[in-house]
Design a protein around this ligand. Structure first.
Ligand code: UDP
Length: 488
């Protein structure tokens, strides 16, 4: 059958915001060229609109809710049993969906039961732009029935390795999307049956990337269970799409090209992928507060959407922030507010020297000249956003690839790592250490602007590369074009 000019691409995301945000951004870019459906746990769909991640009138991305019933908001992301359950549940739900989703070139069907739009531009096809699929009439037990337009290409989150067998047996071309960086991917490639495992408490063994040709020191038990099958099936995909910039991880990516892990594996770097945030797209009071602060003064604190700092960690951060005498902005989910030190809680949101907010417009915050220091858990999105915004970091990773991202930022010269004693539990950083890190990254603060620290100078140089990436002669823009041509 002939292939239409506009293909239908189905992207399937793991239901954590660190995955959803970049993958949805990627979906928006694809939707400028092809019809695009973005599938994620049904329970996550309302948040996409609430957090203004998709503007139904502007972004022609169709949403598809996957009823996996396993998302419980990672109440404790370090609970390895819960993580395993979530992973397996989401993988099974996606596999189920893909078993029945209509394909344009389906070797299993001689005459298609679904309307076949071959040769017809997808803009002719009824398209529920930006509307959650829950508003589209379909059998809720069979989400595949909500995908009415036959699919040409599938893009699977790297955490969704389970459905690979279905993609293969149905002969549909598929790609993996890695929301983390190339360093994480490199780790995955080094994984093999013989890799030793450690418990999550000993997960600092995961932080060191071995020299080229070296072996992984260890992987956590979960990571090995989940990722070994993905690692072994990577070669079945048409390639891997990574949310990174070639210029920021040149050695790793050069190595991947020189020694491709699988004969057919191709790598496209399409980072950075994050939504543009402007003061007109947020009704938050944060931008207005930032405008009142002096340049380079503010410490911004965020541990992202999943990490769960302990009460003691929160108290120590609060005391160190007060000690630093700098204004600060803290994105802290409400359930943690009771841990704030009394000195701070009594003055919460005094609107002058600090703000504690449940959710900050982070991209905007990191662009603000008022921010001088970013205390971050080093989720990959936050790390890329910090570099894009030219903000030096205090890297305080909590688990999983955050440890690698922190190491990446330290190597780039844009961050200091805490705790200095390493990642072993309980990982409480003393107040003095946090205060010293604020000083090291932001410089001595005497109430007015001073020369930038080495970290701030380095991050500004990297920031220019990030800004050029999607520009007219940017490397990322060129790789994206190349990826588009690989779909045919
Ligand atoms: N984020 C935000 N406001 C907040 C906290 C986080 O907009 O108050 C965004 C942040 O900009 C980033 C994402 O949430 O895009 C978090 O992703 P990341 O990979 O950094 O961490 P995760 O939440 O997956 O641990």
């Amino acid at each position: 059958p002939s292939t239409p000019d506009r293909l239908h691409i189905l992207l399937l995301s793991f239901p954590a915001f660190g995955h959803i945000i970049p993958m949805l951004e990627f979906a928006k870019k694809l939707s400028q060229h092809h019809a695009v459906t973005f599938g994620v746990s049904a329970g996550k769909l309302p948040d996409l609109t609430r957090r203004e991640l998709l503007h139904p009138t502007e972004d022609p991305v169709r949403l598809l809710g996957i009823p996996d019933n396993v998302w419980d908001d990672f109440d404790n992301p370090e609970d390895s049993d819960a993580i395993l359950r979530i992973f397996l549940g989401v993988n099974a739900a996606v596999e189920n969906l893909l078993t029945a989703v209509p394909l344009r070139h389906d070797p299993g069907r001689t005459s298609s039961a679904v309307p076949h739009n071959s040769g017809r531009a997808s803009s002719d096809v009824p398209h529920d732009s930006g509307r959650p699929s829950s508003t589209v009439p379909h059998d809720p037990g069979r989400p595949s029935s909500a995908v009415r337009q036959p699919v040409d290409v599938i893009i699977l989150d790297l955490f969704l390795g389970g459905p690979v067998g279905v993609c293969r047996s149905r002969s549909v071309p598929f790609y993996f999307f890695n929301a983390a960086n190339a360093m994480f991917f490199q780790h995955l490639l080094l994984l093999n049956e013989g890799t030793p495992t450690v418990s999550i408490e000993e997960a600092d063994a995961f932080i060191e990337l071995p020299e080229p040709g070296g072996q992984l020191q260890a992987f956590t038990v979960n990571m090995k269970t989940l990722f070994l099958p993905v690692r072994n099936n990577l070669g079945l995909a048409k390639g891997i799409i990574i949310n990174t910039l070639r210029e920021l991880e040149p050695d790793l990516l050069r190595d991947l090209h020189a020694n491709p892990p699988m004969p057919v594996m191709r790598v496209w770097c399409v980072g950075p992928l994050f939504p543009e945030e402007t003061s007109t797209t947020t009704e938050n009071s944060v931008p207005e507060w930032l405008n009142r602060q002096s340049d380079g003064s503010v410490v911004y604190v965020s541990f992202g959407s999943v990490a769960t700092p302990t009460g003691e960690q929160i108290r120590n951060i609060g005391l160190a922030l007060l000690e630093s005498k700098r204004p600060f902005l803290w994105s802290l989910r409400a359930k943690f507010h009771s841990f704030l030190p009394d000195e701070l809680r009594h003055r919460t949101n005094d609107g002058g020297s600090f703000l504690v907010t449940e959710w900050a417009p982070q991209k905007l915050v990191l662009k603000s000249p008022a921010v001088g220091v970013f205390l971050s858990h080093c989720g990959w999105n936050s790390t890329l956003e910090a570099v894009a915004g030219g903000k030096a970091m205090i890297a305080w990773p909590m688990f999983a690839d955050q440890l690698l991202n922190a190491q990446w930022a330290v190597r780039l010269g844009v961050a200091v790592l805490i705790p200095k004693t390493g990642m072993k539990a309980p990982r409480v950083v003393p107040v003095d250490e946090i205060t010293a890190a604020i000083m090291e990254v932001g410089g001595v603060w005497s109430g007015s602007q001073r020369a930038g620290t080495v970290y701030q100078t380095s991050v500004l140089a990297c920031s220019e590369k990030v800004h050029a990436a999607w520009g007219p002669s940017g490397k990322t823009a060129a790789e994206f074009e190349d990826l588009l041509s690989s779909f045919r």
